[in-house]
Write a protein that binds this ligand. Structure first.
Ligand code: TYD
Ligand code: MG
Length: 451
């Protein structure tokens, strides 16, 4: 086979025919790495043996194609369990708890599991397992960075689940590139994918994320694997959120919430309660949002701090909310309600490391900003949701009944929602909560003042 040399950017995966100091894709410097590829378009000789083809109807898929991981939150994010033969990439910053999560499922699953670690020694792993209280006869440990050897061990032992910790420490001896390089990471993943599909063994692959948030040996991994999970959260805080960003076998909207305690990760079945705990009383700049994470409504606390600016260009800092969207809401507030943020620094924070990236969060952001700049605390039993248009109008969002029910369940007394969303509510149902429909921002502020 003819071989072709390519230069691949380690940051964005952009391919270049020639070496260059700067990547043409992401403009980073000194990031190109040499890679050898087979000929992309080989001519077709007539001595190929055909692969077998089957009718879709003849392929039987029995019911137990999904394995229960013993952790409800993980099952949900995976779309109802771990699909046999799937390759799942679990990525996150170092120290966030990826190894802990996967070691814990080894303890809760009945199946035979092979845990291959290139990061820790057997003893360290044992210490961690003892700390987590894991006692299982079904867990096999392989301490190695030799990917080919691990694959051979998988074929020999035929475990039901394999865990690779982490892909950046693995290397295939047939490839000369250094450990952790794009080529190694990609080829190791490809080799693991082949075993997963061939032997119908689900494989978890742990991947570390670099500072910029891309997986080192970057996007190349995401399109190879079946499922990409991000494990995120503030390392200083104990809450962790597991999120699917790609899933061939389920929705990517679901999140799982965990709490890191001194004996491992615990599932948090009631995230609203966790996100609202510790809310200060009578402080301005705080509002409560009801957001949908997949099929689940979740209440989150939004904080806005509006202070006099000491800079010529005031600062806008946003944590957990899109920066440009924040600027847009500020502009709408100025134009349509006369609140003036020009001389003020604005800081937005969403508690618990949650990210509010659906339009329904707009209203809660606007309310927190209103409360911050006028220095009037919002009553603590009020929750809001709705999208804001450029005219200052409040637009309808989906899943209104579910959100209202969640507010009621969490003991809120009032819910301010888009006026247009009122018709989504079932007239005959008693939601047990005061529901106010607001058509635009001035109407919402008026409603707040009258509560
Ligand atoms: P770890 O799973 O090693 O992270 P990763 O594999 O993502 O790099 O998690 C390490 C962190 O978790 C470490 O800072 C200590 C903390 N931790 C606990 O708080 N409680 C525990 O029971 C365990 C095992 C770890
Ligand atoms: Mg680890």
């Amino acid at each position: 086979m003819k071989h072709k040399t390519l230069y691949i950017c380690t940051e964005c995966g952009h391919e270049h025919p020639k070496w260059n100091g700067q990547c043409a894709g992401c403009k980073s410097w000194n990031v190109l790495e040499e890679a050898t590829l087979g000929d992309a378009h080989p001519s077709v000789p007539n001595n190929y043996t055909p692969v077998s083809v089957r009718k879709l109807d003849d392929i039987n898929c029995d019911d137990d194609v999904r394995l229960d991981t013993g952790t409800g939150e993980l099952n949900r994010v995976l779309g109802g369990g771990l699909v046999k033969g799937s390759l799942v990439l679990l990525s996150g910053e170092p120290g966030i708890g990826k190894s802990t999560l996967l070691l814990q499922i080894c303890g809760s699953m009945k199946q035979k599991i092979l845990y291959a670690t290139g990061e820790e020694s057997e003893r360290q792993l044992k210490i961690r397992a003892d700390r987590l209280g894991i006692k299982t006869p079904n867990l096999l440990i392989a301490q190695s960075t030799d990917c080919s050897g691990i694959i051979a061990a998988i074929i020999q032992n035929l475990p039901d689940v394999v865990i690779i910790d982490s892909i950046q420490t693995m290397r295939l001896s047939s490839i000369t590139s250094a450990q952790g390089s794009v080529t190694q990471v990609r080829e190791c993943t490809n080799a693991l994918m082949a075993v997963a599909k061939n032997k119908e063994i689900p494989i978890f692959v742990i991947g570390h994320v670099n500072k910029d948030g891309g997986i080192a040996g970057p996007k190349v991994l995401e399109h190879i694997v079946d499922t990409v999970l991000y494990f995120e959260g503030d390392r200083q805080l104990s809450y962790r959120i597991l999120r699917a960003v790609k899933n061939r076998f389920g929705s990517t909207n679901e999140i799982g919430v965990f709490e890191m305690r001194d004996r491992g990760l615990h599932e948090v079945p009631n995230p609203s309660e966790m996100l609202l705990s510790g809310r200060p009383n009578g402080v301005s700049g705080i509002s409560v949002l009801c957001t949908m994470e997949g099929a689940r409504p979740i209440l989150a606390e939004i904080q806005a701090l509006v202070t006099k600016s000491g800079f010529t260009a005031p600062r806008r800092v946003s944590n957990g909310f899109d920066y440009n969207r924040l600027c847009l809401i500020l502009a709408v507030l100025e134009k349509r309600t006369g609140l003036f943020f020009g001389g003020c620094d604005v800081y937005i924070n969403i508690i618990g490391g949650l990210r509010a990236d659906e339009p329904a969060a707009d209203l809660a952001i606007a309310l927190a900003l209103y409360s911050g700049i006028t220095d009037t605390p919002i009553p603590e039993d009020v929750a809001v949701f709705g999208e804001i248009g450029l005219g200052g109008e409040i637009r309808s969002v989906s899943n209104t009944p579910e959100r209202v029910r969640e507010c009621m369940r969490m003991g809120f007394a009032t819910c301010i929602i888009p006026k247009a969303a009122l018709k989504q509510l079932d007239k005959s149902e008693n939601y047990g909560i005061k529901i106010i429909g607001a058509a635009n921002l001035p109407q919402m502020f008026k409603a707040i003042e009258n509560i």
